[in-house]
Design a protein around this ligand. Structure first.
Ligand SMILES: NC(=O)c1ccc[n+]([C@@H]2O[C@H](COP(=O)([O-])OP(=O)(O)OC[C@H]3O[C@@H](n4cnc5c(N)ncnc54)[C@H](OP(=O)(O)O)[C@@H]3O)[C@@H](O)[C@H]2O)c1
Length: 179
């Protein structure tokens, strides 16, 4: 009997060179002003084609709600799981609010992902919690040529990674790492 394929968990994100996802006020202005070629290396379209379930923390979900008022939910094809203790407006039927450790939600996430993988959107505390629970296979980071000095961390904890691949997309240096 063959065992089912292991679900791939990928933390795919952009970061400043000093390891921040957003500034201390959750602004992404440093990122949204950078040039990127949508059809260049590591396009988000490739990630989405391999993604059946999406996980994100409460601040990240709130950021999407705040910055896309009146717009349709951007990921209607996937099941999205928001890790939070808050009560949130559910803007699309594909969204579920969960809490607890990643491992406690493993069955739920992998059932939702089906034959596809899980995109860990962030933030860095949630990504580290997935890594600590053995539920993070790869990290793909697009580093913008910017430092902020402070902000929301890329990865909240001490872990070792193995560099598997690098690429350039306009202003970004992209690294793919095994966790
Ligand atoms: N550069 C990029 O590409 C990129 C990617 C992702 C995110 N971002 C930005 O980076 C920032 C990340 O914010 P953040 O560092 O605060 O991280 P976050 O993961 O978005 O939010 C953290 C919050 O999520 C909730 N949470 C996390 N783990 C939980 C668990 N196991 N159970 C229940 N609730 C849990 C908690 O909020 P509650 O207890 O209050 O619910 C926690 O304070 C945001 O501004 C986001 O927009 C940028």
């Amino acid at each position: 009997m063959t065992s089912p394929a292991h679900t791939q968990y990928v933390y795919y994100t952009a970061s400043t060179m000093d390891g921040f996802l957003a500034d201390s006020n959750d602004s992404l202005d440093w990122l949204l002003t950078q040039p990127i070629d949508e059809s260049g290396p590591f396009p988000i379209s490739d990630l989405m084609a391999k993604t059946g379930a999406i996980v994100m923390g409460a601040t990240t979900y709130q950021w999407v709600l705040d910055h896309t008022p009146g717009e349709p939910w951007p990921y209607p094809e996937q099941q999205t799981f928001v890790f939070s203790h808050r009560k949130f407006e559910k803007v699309h039927p594909s969204i579920t609010v969960v809490s607890g450790q990643p491992a406690a939600n493993r069955e739920l996430l992998e059932k939702a992902a089906g034959d596809l993988g899980v995109w860990v959107v962030g933030g860095g505390g949630l990504a580290a919690a997935f890594a600590a629970d053995g539920m993070l296979d790869e990290m793909v980071v697009s580093y913008a040529p910017v430092t902020l000095g402070a902000g929301r961390p890329l990865f909240d904890g001490a872990f070792d990674f193995e560099l598997l691949e690098t690429a350039q997309n306009r202003a970004f240096l992209i690294g793919r790492y095994r966790v």
